[in-house]
Write a protein that binds this ligand. Structure first.
Ligand code: MLT
Ligand code: MN
Ligand code: ZN
Length: 310
């Protein structure tokens, strides 16, 4: 199985277009140790020919252009794409807006949990994806689904499981109380398995907390790509960027006793990679102490174009 990181940044990307925080200013200025990143998405393939996207980011067009494996194949139909399936983990703008760039008559299958499919259904702009070309399939929670594109089986299964999280920002309902109207299945993690080799990994780009069921699921995994939005819960407030904590945004932080580094430390996971990294996160400085700390704890920080073979 081949896994390509198309985009490793959180919503807004790195640099974010309206942000002049320390990190964004440094990457914009081309300071050494700061690498631009596009918004959160992976491409996965068992054979290197047919690909599934895990989330469809607003930067999808740029990501496809930067990924030779996703270029239209030469010598066949003039209009074709190796993208045969798209799987969504939530309805956030950074994970669904790229669907609008897939409207050019591409045939693929769209998979998401029920609540996210209803969100797409109720936003008529997504009708640009002709249902004859793009069937939508609901992922049953906690059960593997075989990914099938227009030409057949991709040799991959995906199992979606609910993780602690929050409804998409544009759907928040303050009148609904603390949960803001969050429903079961609004945020899922995915376990992706190559049916031929049995190799498997987890992709959890949005997660508010590591509870017991999630820890049990991740125990002993070969590879986990996990929510790396913030280093500390209050970093956006401390930097004067926003009034929101990570918790309020539905994201666990990397550091601290309640953080993801601590929560995943003793689960026997062979390879741990942070993804969906917000532009405020100090680990984006390759030479900074926070990067050194996460690496010393056994983690990697994803970058665009990162390739992992399992
Ligand atoms: C998030 O990950 O919290 C969202 O992508 C935020 C947003 O929609 O801008
Ligand atoms: Mn996001
Ligand atoms: Zn910034």
């Amino acid at each position: 199985m081949i896994i390509k990181v198309l985009g490793s940044a959180a919503g807004g990307g790195f640099p974010q277009l309206n942000c002049s925080c320390r990190n964004c200013a440094a990457v914009r200025a081309g300071e050494p140790g700061y690498v631009p990143r596009t918004q959160s998405s992976l491409a996965v393939s068992s054979d290197g020919k047919a690909w599934a996207l895990l989330n469809a980011s607003p930067d999808l067009r740029q990501q496809v252009a930067a990924t030779p494996e996703l270029a239209p194949p030469q010598g066949g139909d003039l209009r074709a794409s190796p993208i045969k399936a798209v799987v969504l983990t939530n309805g956030d703008v950074d994970h669904v807006a790229g669907l609008l760039s897939l409207r050019e008559g591409i045939r693929f299958t769209l998979y998401a949990a029920g609540p996210v499919l209803s969100t797409l259904q109720s936003n008529s702009i997504f009708n640009v994806l002709d249902p004859k070309l793009v069937p939508r399939v609901a992922l049953s929670p906690d059960r593997p689904t075989r990914l099938c594109g227009p030409l057949g089986d991709l040799g991959l299964t995906v199992e979606a499981f609910t993780v602690p999280g929050k409804i998409a920002l544009y759907l928040e309902n303050p009148a609904a109380g603390e949960g803001l109207g969050t429903r079961e299945g609004d945020t899922v993690g995915l376990e992706v398995c190559d049916t031929a080799t049995g190799s498997a990994f987890f992709y959890v780009p949005g997660c508010a907390a590591v509870d017991e069921p999630l820890a049990a699921r991740l125990r002993g995994a070969s590879l986990v790509l996990f929510d790396g939005t913030l280093y500390t819960d209050e970093e956006m407030i401390a930097q004067g960027l926003s009034a929101k904590t990570g918790k309020r945004m539905g994201h666990i932080s990397m550091s601290g006793p309640q953080g993801s580094i601590a929560a995943l430390a003793s689960l026997g996971i062979a390879r741990r990679v942070f993804i969906h990294i917000n532009n405020s996160n100090p680990v984006l400085d390759d030479a900074g102490p926070e990067r050194a700390a996460v690496e010393a704890a056994g983690w990697e920080v994803a970058f665009d174009g990162m390739e992992i073979r399992l």
